[in-house]
Design a protein around this ligand. Structure first.
Ligand code: ACM
Length: 504
């Protein structure tokens, strides 16, 4: 009997011997109300059936802390009943996500095949990142991305809130940021920002889907927008030949002090490292952000500070990471910050080099582990979701060894990226989506799906070689089976010809 298709692959799944559970207008759902609501809404979209809240031939949703580790769940389905047991509320939520994937057609009927599943995540942190700085994306789009990511058992939304092109979060301590540095996006497209209430709404919406928000304020580079609001804090742009070449290829003109930047060159901006006013600014920004971010992490950026000297970079990273640590939060920084000897030793490093490291990026990443901390893995040539596809939508960039096929997004193993780094050193996996070319929710869907499912599997599922499901052939078949569910949820995925898409 063939196994039902579940993505990310569960730790253990066995097809039952008996008849399936048949769904109908009489099917009842009992137990946890939040999980029942989550299940009902997806089942309604997929099947048109409305589940009743009463006893009877039933789907039972329950939390039992003795059922396993944090975020784990079990499913037992046979002809008589379907029981989903989460070890905690998150585990039950993930069990429900799996259950929605199990629902299948049998002629004109809907069934849940007889099956036994016991599942738990490999890594504690499973993230998606959305860049809302290069193109601003409104609240509704962010909520939609939270729903989509949570359905694949991601538990962190990293928001890249600031960059050269715009500052996207209102702060009372520094109101000029959104007054003067939020109006535009790349290409001169409209900008925007989240009010504090909207940010809190994102945080609480994410929490209702068992996701934390990891806000990033990228520093000391990627800060041209800061200079529009507070010119005294920013150095004048410093443009080198490499940046001029990007500007020649992509247009947008050279960055100029006091003028919004709408191109896509990187590395020309820096905060003033030697001025105390800079650290007052950093303390204000992270202080206010810490107060409205219940999750443990504040991301300070630290990537591509190409116009900041190594010495200045190290001293800035040491102070900014200490400010975050003193707020009781765990700093996160892109891997370059591993070169800063004085970095707070709790800082999590986010590796964005290639699956096969180049240019000493692995050394920078290993430095975080040497400090006693951990890494988030975001290998750019595998799971940067903004890389072009080999064929299909004319969207995305290609600098990270792109175009990036779905097979490449899938075919890497977290414990094999950085020599000497093993599972205990890895906090988790995150798939970033940069938005230089990504303007709309439809663009996000096309670029993320199906490749984000590959990142979900790297973060959640057993290691390559430890499960027969962890092969490209298995993944492409399982993802293909999800097409009709994604369509019913309004996810406009790229119908990549690498995937055998099911048609109903
Ligand atoms: C990055 O891609 N600059 C983190």
């Amino acid at each position: 009997m063939s196994l039902p298709s579940v993505v990310p692959a569960p730790a253990s799944i066995e097809a039952g011997p008996g008849e399936p559970f048949r769904l109908s207008g009489e099917t009842a759902v009992t137990g946890d109300a939040a999980a029942a609501a989550a299940l009902s809404s997806v089942l309604q979209a997929r099947t048109g059936l409305t589940l009743a809240r009463r006893d009877g031939a039933a789907i039972a949703l329950r939390v039992d802390p003795s059922a396993g580790a944090a975020e784990s769940y079990r499913i037992a389905a046979d002809a008589a009943s379907v029981v989903v047991t989460g070890a905690d509320a998150a585990g039950l939520f993930y069990g429900v996500q799996t259950l929605t994937q199990l629902v299948a057609r049998d002629g004109e009927e809907w069934i849940i095949p007889a099956v036994t599943i016991a599942d738990a995540p490999r890594f504690a942190y499973r993230g998606v990142m959305l860049d809302v700085a290069r193109h601003f994306h409104p609240l509704a789009t962010v909520k939609g991305y939270i729903d989509r990511a949570a359905s694949l058992k991601f538990n962190a939304l990293h928001l890249h809130l600031t960059d050269d092109q715009g500052w996207r979060l209102q702060l009372e301590s520094r109101p000029e940021l959104t007054e003067h540095a939020a109006a535009t996006s790349v290409g001169g497209d409209p900008g925007g920002f989240y009010t504090k209430d909207e940010y809190r709404e994102i945080v609480s919406y994410a929490a209702s889907r068992h996701m934390i928000v990891v806000p990033e304020i990228d520093m000391p580079g990627h800060t041209h927008a800061v200079g529009l609001a507070y010119p005294e804090l920013a150095e004048d742009p410093s443009v080198n030949d490499e940046m001029r070449e990007i500007i020649r290829l992509h247009g947008g003109g050279e960055p100029a002090p006091g003028e919004p930047y709408t191109g896509i060159a990187v590395g020309f901006s820096s905060l003033k490292i030697g001025d105390e006013a800079t650290y007052d600014f950093v303390a204000d920004v992270f202080g206010e952000l810490a107060a409205m971010t219940p999750g443990p992490y504040l991301h300070l950026g630290g990537d591509e500070s190409l116009s900041t000297s190594d010495e200045d970079f190290a001293s800035f990273i040491a102070r900014a990471s200490a400010i975050i640590a003193d707020l009781g939060k765990t700093p996160v920084a892109w891997h370059e910050a591993g070169a800063a000897a004085g970095i707070a030793d709790t800082t999590i490093g986010q590796y964005w080099g290639f699956v096969t490291p180049t240019g000493g990026m692995d050394d920078r990443a290993r430095a975080f582990v040497a400090n006693g901390s951990q890494l988030i893995l975001s290998p750019a040539d595998a799971i940067y979701l903004d890389m072009q596809y080999p064929s299909g939508p004319q969207l995305g960039l290609a600098w990270a060894n792109g175009p990036t096929s779905v097979e490449r997004a899938y075919s890497w193993e977290p414990s094999e990226v950085i020599a000497g780094i093993e599972d205990a050193d890895i906090l988790g996996v995150e798939a970033p989506l940069w938005t230089e070319t990504i303007r709309t929710e439809a663009d996000i869907d096309l670029m993320a799906f199906p490749r984000v499912a590959a990142a979900a599997e790297a973060g959640w599922s057993p290691a390559t070689g430890e499960s027969e499901l962890r092969t490209w052939e298995s993944f492409r078949a399982r993802v293909g089976a999800l097409g009709p569910l994604w369509t019913s949820l309004g996810i406009g995925f790229h119908p990549s010809d690498e995937i055998p898409w099911a048609d109903r």
